[in-house]
Design a protein around this ligand. Structure first.
Ligand code: GLY
Ligand code: MN
Ligand code: MN
Length: 461
């Protein structure tokens, strides 16, 4: 893969540091799981975005003059026999396009020298444990030299401010990976749906982990390195637990299954939710709520386009859900009033308690401000009808082509007084991934059906 993408990104960062600025970007540490086993290693997203380098134990330094220096693990034949190949600092400049590279063992010796005579040091705030203290230690060493005429940076600045804006708009290379990630994940969902119906037809004891296994099979088969987040495979009433973790519960005939799962491909996440009848046939009440959630998602999709605000799909969703909750009898209009009252008083919150989407990218809940940068000063206040809290609002982000977000409305019905029994324990979410375009959005996760008839047809096969 060409390094020019990463070099171009580093140049864009350098141009924003000021000519005497310097930026420090460590990758993620390895994390112990138990005794001497580590969790599967995942590099830091910012670091990877600027290097394309996946080894642990590495730092990138960018200076305002456009130069970049990598610190990485030195070649060590004995360690490489145990842990695998290391690029090493000698090969790094040619392989990664950086201007210089050193062993990471030299970091503490080199950093004070690199920080000397700079006016600002940039690094990602509140991401890497202990980084602030480490930078402080290096700055202290620079200060010890000021009496010899050295200058010590007077400003520490959050590099996330620069990188989050860059990462928010995905370039063609990123969009291509995200499309492929969406296709692989969709195949995992298809496979899980089919297995559920087939095992139930064969009278087998189906468990949530059986469906999880199908997802993982397709993810790895498609070349994905891992799940982008812990898969949720929630049978029956477990679907009403928003962050349920796939477990051992039985998948029963007559119940719904909610699967929220997506693969990570080459550092980019996908994030898909489908809800389907375990045996392949929706009941009347299940279908009624499913069609309502789907209609609310369609309204959100129609509201997603360049020039619209990030909040618009959420507001479109809420409008449809509020009306639908009154129509199907989840909410009683004699108690909650009109559809506008349901929206204004947030009565829908009993059954729909999350937002309709989030940015998606290298991280499943990706970075990027949800406030329009040009309007941060335009603050308004409103009183939340449920908590009574005063909330400060700023204008929502204006969508641009290349931004990627999820669209994921849902309905979750816990038994409560006045809630019709036919809907009890039903949890439904439908989640797709959308790339914003000039005229609308491209749904990149639709390799798995979403219409109830199409889901039933798939599961019959
Ligand atoms: N899977 C996490 C989410 O949908 O936001
Ligand atoms: Mn999501
Ligand atoms: Mn999700």
């Amino acid at each position: 893969m060409s390094n020019s993408i990463y070099a171009e990104r580093r140049a864009r960062v350098a141009s924003q540091l000021g000519k005497d600025g310097i930026a420090l970007i460590p990758t993620a540490p390895e994390r112990p799981r138990n005794r001497d086993s580590d969790f599967l290693y995942r590099h830091d997203s910012y670091f990877y975005y600027l290097t394309g380098f996946r080894e642990p134990n590495a730092w990138l330094v960018i200076t305002g003059d456009g130069k970049s220096t990598l610190f990485c693990a030195p070649k060590d034949l004995e360690r490489e026999i145990w842990d695998g190949y290391r690029l090493g600092p000698e090969a790094a400049p040619a392989a990664l396009g950086v201007d210089a590279a050193h062993s990471v063992a030299e970091l503490d010796a080199q950093l004070p020298k690199l920080l000397e005579n700079r006016d600002a040091v940039w690094y990602p705030f509140a991401i890497h444990e202990g980084l602030e203290a480490r930078v402080g230690g290096w700055l202290n060493q620079v200060r010890a030299r000021v009496r010899y005429g050295a200058l010590c940076p007077e400003q520490q600045r959050d590099l996330c401010a620069i990188l989050d804006e860059m990462r928010l708009v995905k370039d063609a290379h990123e969009q291509d990976i995200m499309r492929r990630a969406g296709q692989i994940s969709a195949r995992g969902h298809v496979r899980a749906m089919k297995l559920s119906a087939r095992m139930l037809r064969e009278g087998k004891d189906v468990r949530e982990y059986h469906l999880d296994a199908e997802l993982m099979h397709e993810f790895r088969l498609g070349g994905s390195q891992s799940s982008a987040y812990n898969s949720i495979v929630a049978a029956g009433s477990n679907a009403c637990v928003l962050h349920y973790r796939s477990d051992t519960a039985p998948v029963r005939n007559g119940e719904l299954v909610l699967i929220d799962a997506g693969c990570e491909l080459d550092s980019y996440a996908s994030d898909i939710t489908r809800t389907f009848p375990a045996n392949g046939k929706f009941s009347g009440p299940q279908r009624a709520l499913y069609e309502l959630v789907l209609a609310s998602q369609e309204a959100a999709v129609a509201a997603t386009r360049a020039g619209a605000r990030f909040i618009d799909p959420h507001e479109a969703t809420v409008k449809v859900l509020a009306q639908g909750m009154l129509d199907v009898g989840l909410l009683d209009k004699n108690k909650v009033g009109s559809v506008q009252d349901v929206i204004d008083n947030r009565s829908y919150f009993q059954f729909y308690m999350h937002r309709t989407g989030h940015w998606l990218g290298m991280d499943v809940h990706d970075c990027g401000s949800y406030v329009e940068p040009s309007q941060v000063g335009e603050v308004s206040e409103r009183k939340d009808p449920l908590s009574g809290e005063i909330i400060k609002n700023r204008p929502s982000r204006v969508l641009k082509p290349g931004m990627v977000l999820t669209i994921e409305p849902g309905i979750y019905v816990r038994p409560a007084e006045g809630v019709p029994e036919r809907f009890h324990h039903i949890g439904i979410r439908i989640e797709d991934d959308a790339i914003v375009t000039e005229s609308g959005c491209d749904l990149i996760s639709r390799g798995v059906p979403v219409k109830p008839d199409e889901i039933e047809a798939l599961m019959r096969g």
